[in-house]
Design a protein around this ligand. Structure first.
Ligand code: NAD
Length: 430
């Protein structure tokens, strides 16, 4: 296992995990959808298991001269429909099962969006808040060296995830290009000046908003003036709050980060709060609302509740019976455990599943990859237009199947994705 990172920059402890691992959550959801489409036993086995797993030990020289060794993973779940695609996260809880579960979700997400990728995920078991910038760069470069044999623009393309960003992607690009020649399509979520796409930064939050807009229109829960509560104020939660505030007229009444949250019944001043957190200050210290704990956040009555932080945060043991929302929108990956899912179903609270709601990021990653291969740059408007069309198509397919078969949206989304990947597997002759 990874040596614990010790040093003079203690960060906050890891977030509590749900009672089920990411892998267990995915397996249980998979079964339900596989039964719905009568998937053959051999195909269940192929689609349940990863195509390839790489685990590496990553030695990093720390600023004080010591060498620390971290464990890293790159798991390629399925590549039947195209090169594997998925983020890399740095987190103390990132382990084999979590990365495998997230890799599988990427397979279903790319299939549901009907973009020509498979699914992968990477992770390093590390608390990056305890690393200096130089240590983070050395970790990224060494990790990339160790996994670069399985990467490539037609093989497996990383992207940012929790605690990784455009700068980390730039280091991965540099490290990969040092070995293979300048290859911008080898990684997405890059800075725009290195071939990144306009609109990639906000794409996941924007995609969540587009899905909410469709749902609002179809099911009579108007977004304008409605109350939204968001857990997490990072890339996804921050952009989503900004866009809902600026483009949808919604009232974002509460948000939180690792340290706690802030609530204001008549709507938070989101641009002000974003400026506050951009200066490195915690959300609960924002003076424009009442500070709340992370547990209190789940009790606030609202129309839209959006987990946009880590997995396993909505569970039978914690909050599934008491959430007070009209719709739950999963912007985070795997925020709801399977037992919580059943409770929400009993309670009549619809759940818009993660791999539909948060697919905007990988969709614009696809546009970034395409632009790199074509050596052609799209405008921001073009990116947003294509994103809206793609995610709306996927939304409509899920809505229609869920209604036709009387199943939860998650089961419908899985069924569509499983069928597409299974078809590719059959056609390729596995
Ligand atoms: P991020 O690191 O930018 O932000 C995470 C946010 O969650 C931060 O505000 C952090 O303080 C907060 N947080 C962490 N632990 C918390 C806790 N216990 N309670 C409350 N808040 C907590 O990460 P991100 O990129 O915004 O990703 C968030 C989620 O969305 C993850 O589940 C990720 O897998 C998923 N996701 C991200 C993208 C993307 O493009 N970034 C795409 C799809 C899915």
């Amino acid at each position: 296992m990874t040596a614990a990172v010790s040093g003079p920059r203690p960060g906050p402890g890891p977030a509590p995990r749900g009672p089920l691992s990411g892998k267990a959550i995915v397996e249980s959801q998979f079964e339900r959808a596989a039964n719905l489409i009568n998937l053959e036993p051999y195909m269940r086995r192929i689609l349940m298991r990863p195509f390839r797993e790489v685990q590496v030990e990553v030695p990093v020289r720390m600023d004080d001269g010591r060498i620390e060794v971290f464990t890293g993973y790159r798991i390629q779940h399925n590549g039947a429909r195209g090169p594997c695609k998925g983020g890399i996260r740095y987190h103390p809880d990132a382990d084999h099962d979590e990365v495998l579960g997230l890799a599988a979700i990427m397979t279903w997400k790319t299939a549901l969006m009907d973009i020509p990728f498979g699914g992968a995920k990477g992770g390093v078991t590390v608390d990056p808040k305890r690393l200096s910038r130089l240590e983070l760069e050395r970790l990224t470069r060494r990790f990339t060296q160790r996994i670069s044999i399985v990467l490539g623009p037609y093989r497996d393309i990383p992207a940012p995830d929790v605690n990784t960003n455009a700068q980390v992607m730039a280091w991965i690009l540099d490290e990969y290009s040092n070995r293979h020649g300048y290859t911008p399509a080898a990684v997405t979520g890059k800075p725009v000046s290195l071939g990144g796409s306009l609109g990639r930064d906000e794409a996941t939050g924007r995609g969540v908003m587009y899905v909410m807009m469709e749902y609002a229109r179809d099911f009579g829960v108007p977004l304008a003036g409605s109350r939204v509560v968001i857990q997490g104020f990072g890339n996804v939660g921050g952009h989503l709050a900004r866009l809902l505030h600026a483009e949808a007229g919604a009232k974002v009444i509460a948000v939180s980060d690792l340290h706690g949250g802030v609530v204001r019944e008549d709507g938070l001043d989101i641009p002000g709060l974003l400026a506050h957190t951009a200066a490195g200050r915690p959300v609960p210290e924002w003076p424009g609302g009442r500070a709340i704990t992370n547990t209190e956040l789940w009790t606030i009555p609202c129309e839209w509740l959006v987990p946009a932080a880590l997995g396993g945060v909505i569970s039978k043991e914690t909050n599934a019976r008491t959430l007070d929302c009209k719709v739950l929108v999963e912007a985070a990956n795997q925020p709801t455990t399977p037992t919580a899912d059943l409770i929400l179903e009993e309670r009549g609270i619809p759940v818009i599943p993660d791999f539909l709601a948060n697919a905007g990021g990988v969709t614009v990653s696809y546009y970034e990859w395409s632009q790199n291969l074509q050596q052609y740059r799209w405008t921001h408007e073009q990116v947003n237009r294509e994103l809206r069309a793609t995610i709306t198509r996927a939304y409509a397919a899920v809505r229609d199947l869920a209604q036709a078969r009387g199943v939860p949206w998650r089961t419908a989304a899985y069924a569509i994705a499983l069928e597409r990947v299974a078809e590719a597997e059959r056609l390729r002759g596995n």
